[in-house]
Design a protein around this ligand. Structure first.
Ligand code: AMP
Ligand code: GLY
Length: 424
């Protein structure tokens, strides 16, 4: 079997690593990929938004299944382009990827189908939003409607901050057209949990829970990032929470999408807040999380290609997902200065030795090869060091021990991934 993966980050490396475990897979390409992915797949210099070029490549090379890792191409309709050419592809069509691509859409869907979420209002006019914010309760949350690299969410502690937020999103268009519409949302407090799931249009099968750490610095200080580390499972995702979500969130979301004529096939990532009043959906994503994939996939026992094919074929009801009892922790090694300004091109040491370490996998997020074949830093997030352990504490110790063996100039990481959990 020949597989094409679309994307270039740590998530796509984790997907390639997991897909490569299937014995029937003889060849993997990744477009555009990165240096780490290049060790298990052939990287192809085609951008993730070049849908026609990607589909041509898949057609010419006899690709049996294309797996789209990233949000932008999914929201942009890559699956529709592939399907129009009769190519097999794993991911939602454009009319279903909107569950991530438009926050106004997802909020309306949840309201219409009684899926628990934060209260909200939607605005397309800045003056109307400003008027509304005069009498709101604070803190309050402002969200640009469209994709904004995870940065389009502003938590405003008072009216002044909210006015500045409206200016940023709707008037100055800091996030471009993503800010033409804005959602104003009730501020929720509680533990955040991510639950990723496979969906075949009708059936949903959830994976092990995980939690991300989005802030750049220890103790959740500093700026929001794409994610500085993850752990799985979340001890806060109890049987009671799971039962609630099964009844009120997971299947109802899949059914709602079908009822709207937007059958969803692929991954739904539920961002949940466990509030005092019960679980609430913070957001939906239409793909694996990054770096959630880096802790969930190492625990997954199933053959991922088989599960993805079942999603494409609508036979997911015949599959039982199984996860190892071990815990997994991923520590992201970033370039100093990320997420604002950072330098690239530093040589990375220690990677080769870690390949021999059982239970440890290093996923590359932003790396490239030098002319002499050395790995160089090539992004804000450089590597994700994932390690298994018998429980979270052990996994955490293993991940940090492995992370300590890797070095590059300006290496920056958080020291407390999963830490609050051991102490909870
Ligand atoms: P989102 O992209 O919608 O997941 O938002 C990014 C982050 O903002 C979430 O992971 C939360 O930490 C935070 N957030 C989003 N919505 C809310 C809310 N209604 N109340 C509190 N925090 C929120
Ligand atoms: N780690 C959060 C995300 O992938 O959206």
């Amino acid at each position: 079997m020949k597989i094409l993966i679309v994307g270039s980050g740590g998530r796509e490396h984790a997907l390639a690593w997991k897909i490569a475990q299937n014995e029937k897979v003889e060849k993997i390409w990744c477009a555009p990929g990165n240096a780490g992915i290049g060790e298990i797949a052939e990287c192809v210099p085609i951008g993730a938004m070049e849908f026609d070029a990607l589909a041509d490549f898949a057609e010419k090379n006899g690709v049996d299944l294309t797996v789209v890792g990233m949000d932008d191409p999914l929201v942009g309709g890559i699956v529709d382009v592939f399907e129009a050419k009769g190519l097999r592809v794993f991911g939602p069509r454009k009319n279903a990827a909107i569950i991530e691509g438009s926050k106004a859409f997802s909020k309306e869907l949840m309201k219409k189908y009684n899926i628990p979420t934060a209260g909200y209002e939607t605005f397309t006019d800045a003056d109307a939003a400003l008027k509304y914010l005069e009498t709101s309760e604070y803190p309050i949350v402002l969200k640009a409607d469209g994709l904004a690299l995870g940065k389009g969410v502003l938590i405003c502690k008072d009216h002044d901050e909210a006015v500045a937020g409206v200016k940023e999103i709707m008037q100055d268009k800091k996030f471009g057209a993503a800010g033409n519409t804005m959602v104003v949302e009730e501020f929720l407090t509680g533990r955040e949990v991510s639950v990723l799931s496979f969906v075949d249009g009708k059936t949903i099968k959830t994976m092990a829970s995980a939690q991300d750490h989005k802030r750049a610095l220890d103790n959740d200080e500093g700026l929001n990032t794409g994610g500085m580390g993850t752990f799985s499972p979340s001890p806060f995702y109890t049987k009671e929470v799971e039962d609630f979500c099964n009844q009120y969130v997971f299947q109802p979301t899949v059914d709602a999408m079908r009822a709207e004529g937007r059958e969803f096939k692929g991954i739904i990532f539920f961002g949940l807040m466990l509030t005092e009043k019960g679980p609430r959906v913070l957001e939906y994503n239409a793909r694996f999380g990054d770096p959630e994939a880096q802790v969930v996939l190492p625990r997954m026992k199933n053959d991922i290609v088989e599960v993805m094919e079942a999603c494409v074929d609508g036979t997911l009801d015949q599959i039982d997902l199984e996860f190892s009892d071990e815990a997994c922790v991923c520590v992201v090694l970033a370039s100093g200065g990320y997420p604002v300004a950072y330098k690239k091109g530093y040589e990375i040491s220690g990677l080769e030795e870690l390949k021999k370490e059982p239970g440890v996998v290093v996923f590359h997020a932003g790396t490239k090869l030098s002319e002499t074949g050395a790995f160089l830093t090539n992004g804000g997030r450089v590597l994700g060091v994932s390690a298994l352990g018998e429980d979270l504490k052990a996994a955490r110790a293993n991940a940090y021990a492995a992370a300590a063996k890797i070095d590059f100039q300006d290496k920056h990481f958080r020291h407390d991934i999963g830490k609050a959990i051991d102490e909870a």
